[in-house]
Design a protein around this ligand. Structure first.
Ligand code: SAH
Ligand code: SF4
Length: 427
């Protein structure tokens, strides 16, 4: 989501006449779109901003701007100002659309420009993103989040959930398909609650159905699905349209009902498993990916083992695994029973090992099979093209000519972890 927001910011900068540079020393402006979801994301941002001190001294005309979730956090701009007095512009995640004006203002005055808004304004539909991920394109359907999972900072820094009007989303996808994009991903913190603010004119299943009716060969994906709102209606729409990839990113976070309740996730392990059962009954080829947090306050070994058991039962295609990171202002950060780092580390290592084993086993099943992948890049180091199949698995292959943006059939000859290697099959 932040990557796509950066594409919008890059679009604003291009509108002002700025162009990309490959060497940082040539830059006229350096802008950070920060993330604060976990502490290490924040530490990265601090490190990267700090590293510019010398450059700014040597070139006082260089503009340094910092925006994103971090500046939106309570008290963070003050810390940033103190730590990095050389920052020229600070803007919030809720007002990045205003960036052109802030840059203009900075050029007219010596003083730094700081503008952070507490609440989001109307959705701005006029920004033209500078897309850098052809043949894939991301399309926001909602912004913000209303769920207040007890560990999560997103609702505090991204504001209340807002849905874009369906007609604007459909028009954007149509335009992207006309321009030749081959994979469209609909984005939201909880796509299934699309339209619940009464703004959109339809619910998520209806939107997905409408977007899938756009003509042309392209793949349609969506993320993230929150298990509390994932509906059978959505599965039925997935079944109806070959264009919709049969891969659902359905973050479970924990396999223990006690922890799920403390996390304020509002579903149980049983409901989650029922959803997977329904999905696989209707779409046997479907795969599920997930996010998991270990070391949440009060998590016992028993709770953790329930997560392991659930991972084995679902047999996820892949999983993003995180160590719980306390975030200021969230309910979980003040809970008793914070888990020692050594225990967290031990659990994450065991979980990663388990997830990798499952992924490896799944990859091996691909050997000898044919898969259609959408070629999306060239890996200079490997000297191979790469792309993903419908279920999100990465396939590498050799090609004499540039085939980025083409659907290519591969016969898989080798698997290495999550990556597949194959030979192109002429079709
Ligand atoms: N809206 C999505 C997730 C967005 S954040 C959802 O509800 O599933 C992406 C992932 O980061 C989350 O799924 C969660 O696993 C992880 N995450 C969020 N806050 C975290 C925290 N404080 N510590 C560790 N992981 C966290
Ligand atoms: Fe965070 Fe929960 Fe919202 Fe996801 S649904 S962004 S985890 S509060």
């Amino acid at each position: 989501m932040n990557v796509h927001e950066s594409e919008k910011i890059a679009g604003i900068l291009r509108g002002l006449g700025y162009e990309e540079t490959k060497t940082i020393e040539n830059a006229d402006i350096i802008l950070f779109n920060t993330c604060c979801i976990r502490e290490n994301a924040e530490n990265h941002a601090f490190g990267n901003i700090g590293a510019l001190k010398k450059m700014k001294k040597q070139n006082p005309n260089l503009l340094i701007a910092v925006g994103g979730c971090m500046t939106q956090e309570k008290g963070k701009t003050e810390i940033l100002k103190k730590k990095f007095p050389f920052i020229d512009i600070m803007f919030g995640a809720l007002n990045f659309e205003n960036l052109a004006e802030l840059i203009k203002r900075k050029k007219e005055q010596k003083k730094k420009v700081v503008e952070i808004r507490e609440t989001a304004g109307e959705i701005v539909e006029t920004i033209e993103p500078y897309r850098t991920s052809y043949p894939n394109a991301w399309v926001n359907i909602t912004y913000g989040c209303d769920n207040f999972c007890s560990y999560c900072i997103v609702p505090y820094v991204r504001g209340r959930e807002r849905s874009r009007k369906a007609e604007n989303i459909i028009a954007e996808v149509q335009k992207l398909v006309n321009e030749g994009y081959k994979e469209i991903t609909l984005l939201g913190q909880n796509v299934n609650s699309y339209g619940k603010d009464g703004n959109a004119g339809m619910n998520f299943a209806q939107l997905l159905d409408a977007v899938a009716q756009i003509e042309g060969k392209f793949r349609l994906r969506f993320m993230t699905s929150h298990p509390k709102d994932f509906t059978e209606e959505v599965v039925k729409v997935m079944e109806k349209h070959p264009k919709i990839c049969k891969l659902v990113h359905l973050p479970v976070q924990s396999g223990s009902n006690r922890i799920l309740q403390l996390m304020n996730r509002r579903y149980t392990r049983e409901k989650y498993l029922d959803e997977i059962k329904f999905l696989k009954a209707r779409l046997p080829q479907a795969e599920v990916t997930t996010d998991i947090i270990v070391g949440f306050p009060t998590e016992t070994e028993e709770d953790y083992l329930q997560t392991e058991a659930l991972v084995k039962e679902v047999d996820f295609a892949s999983a993003f695994t995180f160590v719980y990171s306390p975030r200021q202002g969230t309910k979980a950060s003040t809970m008793d029973g914070q888990i020692p780092e050594t225990v967290q580390k031990d659990r994450i290592m065991r979980l990663v090992e388990l997830v990798n084993t499952l992924t490896r086993q799944k990859s091996e099943k691909y050997i000898g099979k044919e898969v259609e992948i959408l070629c999306e890049d060239y890996d200079e180091k490997k000297g191979l093209y790469l792309g993903r199949d419908e279920l999100g698995r990465m396939g590498y292959f050799h090609s004499e000519k540039d085939c980025i943006g083409e659907f290519v059939t591969l016969k898989i000859t080798k698997a290495n972890g999550i990556s597949l290697f194959g030979e192109r099959v002429k079709k």
